[in-house]
Design a protein around this ligand. Structure first.
Ligand code: SAM
Length: 242
C-alpha cells in the first residue's frame, strides 16, 4: 500500500522547511492540507505544483476514509497543516490513527513545532514538560483543566489565542499561583517577541490589545522544600549536637 507522510511546515518564516520536506512534497501523488489556499502560498514559494485536497476539522469524518482508500491503493500522500507539525493541536492526528488502523505505513518528516520553539527560549526547565494544547474556552471543563494541572511538577506548555490571553493568565494566576512564565509571540516572524517574568507581570504587560500567535510556557509546581527524609536527617543532626 501507499505511504502517509506527516510533513512539518513553517510556523511563520517560510525558510523554516527541511530539504526532505520539500523533496517529499514534490514526490507524493497529492497533498492533504488543512487550508489549501494557505498551503498553496508555501508551495508556490518553492515552485511546487501538486494537487491539493482539503482535510480539516469539519470534513475529516468524510474525507478521512477517502484518503485511506487512496493510500490502500498505493498512493503516497503528504499531510500538512497551516503551521508546524501536523497532529499537534490541529486536525492531522485523526488521519494518522485511521491510517495505522488500516495498516498503512505512516512516516514523519520532522520540522518546526511552536511548542518546542517556545520551550527552548523560555528559560524554564525543558524537562520534564507537559504539553496541554489549548485550554477549554469556558465552563466546567475549563475550571477542571486549570485545577487538574495545578500540582504537576513539570513545565507546562499551552497554546492560546490573543483574545483569550488575559483570561487565561488570570486563571493561571488563580489556580497555579504567581509562577514564572514565558509568553512567546509570533515566533520566527517579523514581530517575534518573548516575554519572560511572573504571571502577574505578564498580566500587566499584556493588558493592551494583544495580536499574533502565542505559546505560554509556565513553570511547574515546585516540590516542597521538606522532603519526607527530613525528619530522619533532623534527628541525626540533633543527635550529633547533643
Ligand atoms: N501544529 C502547530 C505546531 O506544530 O505548533 C500548532 C497548530 S495550532 C492550530 C496553532 C497554535 O500554535 C497557535 O494558536 C499558537 O498557539 C501556536 N503557534 C503557531 N505558530 C506560532 C508562532 N509562530 N508563534 C507562536 N505561536 C504559534
Amino acid at each position: 500500500s501507499g505511504i502517509l507522510y506527516v510533513v512539518a511546515t513553517p510556523i511563520g518564516n517560510l525558510a523554516d522547511i527541511t530539504l526532505r520536506a520539500l523533496d517529499t512534497l514534490r514526490s507524493v501523488h497529492f497533498i492533504a492540507a488543512e487550508d489549501t489556499r494557505h498551503t498553496r502560498k508555501l508551495l508556490s514559494h518553492y515552485d511546487i505544483h501538486k494537487p491539493l485536497v482539503s482535510y480539516h476539522a469539519h470534513n475529516a469524518e468524510e474525507r478521512g476514509p477517502e484518503l485511506i482508500d487512496r493510500l490502500r491503493q498505493g498512493e503516497k500522500i503528504a499531510l500538512v497543516t497551516d503551521a508546524g507539525t501536523p497532529a499537534i493541536s490541529d486536525p492531522g492526528g485523526l488521519l494518522v490513527t485511521q491510517a495505522l488502523e488500516a495498516e498503512v505505513e505512516v512516516t514523519v518528516i520532522p520540522g518546526p513545532a511552536a511548542l518546542i520553539a517556545a520551550l527552548v527560549v523560555s528559560g524554564l526547565s525543558t524537562h520534564p514538560f507537559a504539553f496541554l494544547g489549548f485550554p477549554p474556552s469556558r465552563g466546567k471543563g475549563r475550571r477542571r483543566f486549570f485545577t487538574s494541572y495545578a500540582a504537576v511538577p513539570m513545565t507546562l506548555i499551552l497554546y492560546e489565542s490573543p483574545q483569550r490571553l488575559q483570561r487565561t493568565l488570570e486563571d493561571i494566576l488563580d489556580s497555579w499561583g504567581d509562577r514564572r512564565i514565558s509568553v512567546a509571540r509570533e515566533l520566527t516572524k517579523k514581530h517575534e517577541e518573548i516575554f519572560r517574568g511572573t504571571v502577574a507581570e505578564a498580566l500587566e504587560y499584556f493588558s493592551e490589545n494583544v495580536r499574533g500567535e502565542l505559546v505560554l510556557v509556565v513553570q511547574g509546581a515546585q516540590e516542597k522544600n521538606e522532603p519526607e527524609v527530613l525528619e530522619e536527617d533532623w534527628k541525626e543532626e540533633l543527635g550529633r549536637l547533643i
